[in-house]
Design a protein around this ligand. Structure first.
Ligand code: FAD
Length: 445
C-alpha cells in the first residue's frame, strides 16, 4: 500500500497532525494505533483539564479524545486501530543512520511494517510522523528491591483499570511521586474506592501546584512525605507494605498498604525511532528533532510526548500541528530534510562542506536536563507554539536562563525551576542563530 503520510500513534499529537495535514491538502493520511480505540492517554483521564491551548475550551480527557476522533474522521483521515507499527523492513526502506550518509529524498521511500489481527503488511509512505507518546518508568526499571507481589502499577495502568475496565480498587495506597500526575493518580485511587495513605517523593518539596498540594491535605487528608525514597516493597501474593527511607537521617520504616502506584519519571516511546537509526537526544531520550520537528532520518518527523516527555495534551497537539506544516512542505519539496538542507542559490556557509547546512544543536547545562526541540533548523527556526520546552533537575526560585552561541548572548529570561515541571522559553531568539556557528548553549546563572 502507498500513502502520502503514515502517522504512528493516534493520541492528541498524531490526530492533530493528521487533521492539519488534510487541511493542508495532503490526500492520503493514515494514522495507526495499537490500541482498539484512537485518542491516546486522554481516553482514560476522566478528570477535566484538557483542550485549553489547542481547542480553547476546558474538557475532560475522554471528551477531548472523542473530539479528536470525530475531527479526524470528518477531515478524511484514515484511522486504523488495533494496528502496531512494528518496524522498518530492510528492503525498500531508505533510512539514514547519520546526517552525512543521508540519501536524497524521494517521495514514497519509507517503508513501514504494520502488524494487526489481519496479519503483517508493508506500507510505503512519502513521510512518516512518529507520535508514539511516552510512558512512566515502571517499578522494575526503577530497581526497587523486594518481592514482586500484585498491586504495584503505574498511573497509566491504574487509569486503564479504573476508567477503561471499571475496576474497583480496595485497600490502602502509597503513591510514589509528587508531581501533577501523582495528584491525578490520587484522585483516581479515591474514585476507585482506595484509601490513599500518602504521596512520597525523594525531592525536598512536591513538584505540582500549591493548590493541588493544599487540596490533597485539606480536602482528602492525604499528606506528601518529602525527602522520602522507596527502599523496598514487601508482600507475597499481594503488596503488604512499602519500605520508606527518610533521606535526612537514613531511617527506614515499613508502611502497611495494598497498592503502590509509581507516577511520573517519563520515558519516551522511542523504539521505532531507534530502530530507524534516528539520532536520539541524550536529554529527552526521544528522537533528536530540529525546529521543523524533523528527525535525522529524511522524511521522518516526530511530535508530542515522544519529543518532550511529558507535557500536557494541548502542547502535544500543537506540536503535531506544527509538524504537519513541515511534513506537508517536505512532501511538496519545499523543505529539504534534516541534516541535508540544500542552500539553493547560496554559497555554503563556513564549516559546512558540500553546500549542506545542518541544523544547529541546542545544548543545556546542569541543572537543566533537556530542551525540546534540540536543534535549530536553518529553514524554519521557530519551535512549536513559538516556544522551547525545558526541564530542570533541581529547584530554583527565580533562575536566570541565558542562551548563547559562540559567546554571543541571544536572550536571557527568568524562570522558576521545579523538577518534572515544564519551563517554557520564548523562541524568538532562534531567528538570530548563525547557521554556520557553533552549538547554542542554554545555561542557568
Ligand atoms: C494521569 C495523567 C493525567 C493527565 N492529565 C492531563 C490533563 O489534565 N491535561 C492535559 O492536557 N494533559 C494531561 N495529561 C497528559 C496528556 O495525556 C498527554 O500529554 C497526551 O496524551 C500526549 O499526547 P501524545 O499524542 O504525545 O501521546 P499519547 O496520548 O500517549 O498517544 C500515543 C499513542 O501512540 C500509540 N502507539 C505507541 N506506539 C505505537 C506503535 N508502535 N504503533 C501504533 N501505535 C502506537 C499508543 O497506543 C498511544 O495511543 C495527563 C497524563 C496522565 C498520564
Amino acid at each position: 500500500m502507498n500513502v502520502d503520510v503514515l502517522v504512528a500513534g493516534a493520541g492528541p499529537a498524531g490526530l492533530a497532525a493528521a487533521i492539519e495535514l488534510r487541511k493542508l491538502g495532503v490526500a492520503d493520511v493514515v494514522v495507526v494505533d495499537r490500541e482498539h480505540q484512537a485518542g491516546g492517554i486522554p481516553r482514560h483521564c476522566a478528570h477535566s483539564g484538557y483542550g485549553i491551548r489547542d481547542l480553547h475550551r476546558l474538557m475532560t480527557g475522554p471528551a477531548y479524545a472523542q473530539h479528536y476522533r470525530g475531527a479526524a474522521s470528518a477531515a478524511g483521515v484514515t484511522l486504523r486501530t488495533g494496528t502496531t507499527l512494528t518496524g522498518w523492513p530492510a528492503t525498500g526502506c531508505e533510512l539514514a543512520t547519520d546526517a552525512g550518509a543521508a540519501p536524497a529524498r524521494q517521495a514514497g521511500t519509507i517503508t513501514a511494517t504494520l502488524t494487526s489481527p489481519a496479519g503483517v503488511e508493508n506500507v510505503h509512505a512519502g513521510a512518516v510522523l512518529l507520535a508514539t507518546g511516552c510512558r512512566e518508568r515502571p517499578r522494575a526499571a526503577r530497581l526497587v528491591p523486594g518481592s514482586r507481589p500484585a498491586g504495584v502499577m503505574t498511573t497509566g495502568e491504574l487509569q486503564q483499570r479504573v476508567y477503561l475496565h471499571g475496576q474497583r480498587l480496595a485497600g490502602r495506597a502509597v503513591i510514589v511521586g509528587a508531581e501533577h500526575v501523582s495528584f491525578s493518580a490520587m484522585l483516581t485511587l479515591l474514585h476507585a474506592g482506595a484509601e490513599v495513605t500518602a504521596l512520597v517523593t525523594d525531592q525536598p518539596w512536591h513538584q505540582s501546584f500549591a493548590a493541588f498540594r493544599l487540596a490533597a491535605r485539606l480536602r482528602w487528608r492525604v499528606p506528601v512525605w518529602t525527602g522520602t525514597a522507596v527502599a523496598g516493597i514487601a508482600g507475597r501474593d499481594g503488596v503488604s507494605a512499602v519500605l520508606l527511607r527518610d533521606d535526612r537521617d537514613g531511617s527506614v520504616r515499613s508502611v502497611p498498604c495494598e497498592l503502590v502506584v509509581f507516577t511520573g519519571d517519563w520515558i519516551p516511546d522511542h523504539e521505532l525511532a531507534r530502530l530507524a537509526g534516528a539520532a536520539l537526544d541524550p536529554g529527552t531520550r526521544g528522537p533528536a528533532v530540529d525546529t521543523t520537528l524533523s528527525t535525522s532520518v529524511p522524511g521522518m518527523f516526530a511530535a508530542g510526548n515522544l519529543i518532550h516527555a511529558a507535557e500536557t495534551a494541548d502542547v502535544a497537539a500543537l506540536s503535531g500541528r506544527h509538524a504537519a506544516a513541515h511534513v506537508a512542505a517536505y512532501l511538496a519539496g519545499q523543505a529539504a530534510p534534516a541534516g541535508q538542507v540544500a542552500l539553493a542559490g547560496q554559497a555554503a556557509p563556513a564549516g559546512q562542506a558540500g553546500g549542506r547546512c545542518v541544523p544547529v544543536p541546542v545544548m543545556v547545562a546542569g541543572p537543566l536536563r533537556w530542551i525540546s526541540p534540540n536543534a535549530i533548523s536553518p529553514v524554519s527556526p521557530q519551535p512549536p507554539g513559538g516556544r522551547f520546552v525545558l526541564r530542570s533537575a533541581a529547584f530554583a526560585g527565580r533562575a536566570r536562563l541565558q542562551v548563547r552561541q559562540d559567546g554571543r548572548l541571544l536572550t536571557s529570561a527568568h524562570a522558576r525551576l521545579v523538577p518534572g515541571r515544564s519551563i517554557r522559553l520564548d523562541g524568538r531568539w532562534a531567528r538570530h542563530v548563525d547557521p554556520a556557528g557553533g552549538a547554542v548553549q542554554v545555561a542557568v546563572l
